[in-house]
Design a protein around this ligand. Structure first.
Ligand code: SAM
Length: 345
C-alpha cells in the first residue's frame, strides 16, 4: 500500500516536479536575478530585487526563496528581513561576468529545448523529432530548424561554447595531442574548443570549419575573438573539401546525425586526413548496455526530440569509425559529461 512516507512515493514526486526546478532556474536566469545580485554592492531584500528587476514583489519573493532552497542563492535574515546573495554555484556558473558562466545554454534550453521536450511522447511514438509541429520547419532540415533565426543561432552557438570553459581541458588532455601540429575542428562552432586546444598545445594551429552563418557570427561577434593560432573556414562538411590537418576534431557533431550520415562524414574525414594523422571524437559515451549514465541517456532522448541523431556506446562509435577506415582506437572516460575517443587513419 502507498503512503506519503514511502520512498517510492517521494521519488515519484521528485521526478514529476523536476520540470518546476528547471523552470525556477530558467526564470531566474531570464529575469536577470543572478546578474543583479552579482552587481549589487551587497545582499538585497526581495522588495529591492523586485523593483530593480521590474517584477512583482510577491512573485519575486517566492522565486528568491525557492532559489535559496535550491542552493542557487544564500539568505541572511537581519531585523526580520531576508537578504539574498548569489551562492557559490550561481557566482561560478550563472552570473554573466564569470568566465565559466553557462547562462546562454540555460536560456537556449528554456526557449527551445524545453519546447521540444513537450513533444517527447510523440517523438518516441514516431521515432523522430517534431520540429515541424513545434517550430513550423521540416524535420529533414535539422540545422535550418536549430538555426531558424539569427538570434536563435547566436544563442545556440554561445550556449554551446560555454561548456568548454568548464570541460574543454579534460577532453583535450585525455590524450597527448602534441604530435598533431595542424588541427581542424569540424563543426567547431564559435571556436571555443579550438581556443582551448591552442592554449593547451602551444605548438598547434587550429582551423575551425563550420557553415557560413556560424563562421560569420563567430567573426562578427566580439564574444568569439579569433586568436593568432585559431582561424575559421566556411563550408559544408558533407560536401566541400575539408581543410588539411594532422588531427580532426568532431565534438558533439556525430550525435546530431543518424549512422548513415555519420559514416558519410567519417569517410570524408578519413580521406582528408594526412598519413599518420588522427581523429578526436568528443561525445558523451553511453554504457555498453545503453542503461547509463542517466545524463547521457537524457541527452540521447534530447537528440531524439531535437535532432536526427543519438548518443552512442563505445562499441557503436568503434563500429562507425572502423567502417570508415580508422583504426588504433583509444577511449577515455573523463569522469565528466563528455568523453574522448582517439582514432588513427
Ligand atoms: C552540436 S554543434 C557542436 C559545436 C561544437 N563542436 C561544440 O562541441 O561546441 C554542431 C556543429 O556542427 C555544425 N554543422 C552542422 N552541419 C554542418 C555542416 N554540414 N558543415 C559544417 N558544419 C556543420 C553546426 O553549425 C554546429 O556548429
Amino acid at each position: 500500500m502507498g503512503s506519503p512516507q514511502d520512498d517510492a512515493y517521494r521519488l515519484l514526486n521528485e521526478y514529476s516536479n523536476g520540470f518546476m526546478v528547471s523552470q525556477v532556474l530558467f526564470a531566474a536566469c531570464e529575469l536577470g536575478v543572478f546578474d543583479l545580485l552579482a552587481q549589487a554592492p551587497g545582499p538585497l531584500d526581495s522588495a529591492a530585487a523586485a523593483s530593480r528587476l521590474g517584477c512583482s514583489p510577491h512573485g519575486t519573493e517566492l522565486l528568491l526563496d525557492t532559489c535559496a532552497a535550491l542552493k542557487l542563492l544564500k539568505v541572511e535574515v537581519r531585523g526580520g528581513r531576508a537578504f539574498y546573495r548569489n551562492s557559490e554555484l550561481s557566482s561560478t556558473y550563472l552570473a554573466s561576468g564569470s568566465p565559466t558562466c553557462q547562462r546562454n545554454m540555460l536560456l537556449y534550453m528554456a526557449r527551445t529545448t524545453y519546447r521540444c521536450w513537450a513533444h517527447l511522447a510523440e517523438a518516441v511514438r514516431e521515432g523522430k523529432n517534431r520540429y515541424l509541429q513545434v517550430f513550423g520547419v521540416p524535420s529533414e532540415e535539422l540545422f535550418s530548424a536549430i538555426y531558424r533565426s539569427d538570434a536563435e543561432r547566436l544563442r545556440f552557438t554561445r550556449g554551446l561554447q560555454e561548456v568548454w570553459s568548464v570541460a574543454g581541458r579534460s577532453v583535450l588532455a585525455a590524450f597527448d595531442l602534441s604530435p598533431f601540429p595542424l588541427v581542424c575542428d569540424l563543426g567547431g562552432g564559435s571556436g571555443a574548443l579550438a581556443r582551448e586546444c591552442a592554449s593547451l598545445y602551444p605548438g598547434c594551429q587550429v582551423t575551425v570549419f563550420d557553415i557560413p552563418e556560424v563562421v560569420r557570427a563567430a567573426r562578427e561577434h566580439g564574444a568569439f575573438p579569433a586568436e593568432g593560432r585559431v582561424g575559421f573556414r566556411e563550408g559544408d562538411f558533407f560536401q566541400d573539401p575539408l581543410p588539411e590537418a594532422d588531427l580532426y576534431i568532431l565534438a558533439r557533431v556525430l550525435h546530431d546525425w543518424a549512422d548513415e550520415k555519420c559514416s558519410r562524414l567519417l569517410q570524408r574525414v578519413w580521406h582528408a586526413c594526412r598519413p599518420g594523422g588522427g581523429l578526436l571524437v568528443v561525445e558523451s559515451l553511453l554504457d555498453e548496455d545503453g542503461r547509463g549514465p542517466l545524463t547521457t541517456q537524457l541527452y540521447s532522448l534530447n537528440m531524439l526530440v531535437q535532432t536526427e541523431g543519438r548518443e552512442r556506446t563505445s562499441s557503436q562509435y568503434r563500429a562507425l569509425l572502423a567502417s570508415a577506415g580508422f583504426h588504433g582506437f583509444q577511449f577515455k572516460k573523463t569522469g565528466g559529461i563528455y568523453d574522448a575517443i582517439l582514432a588513427r587513419n
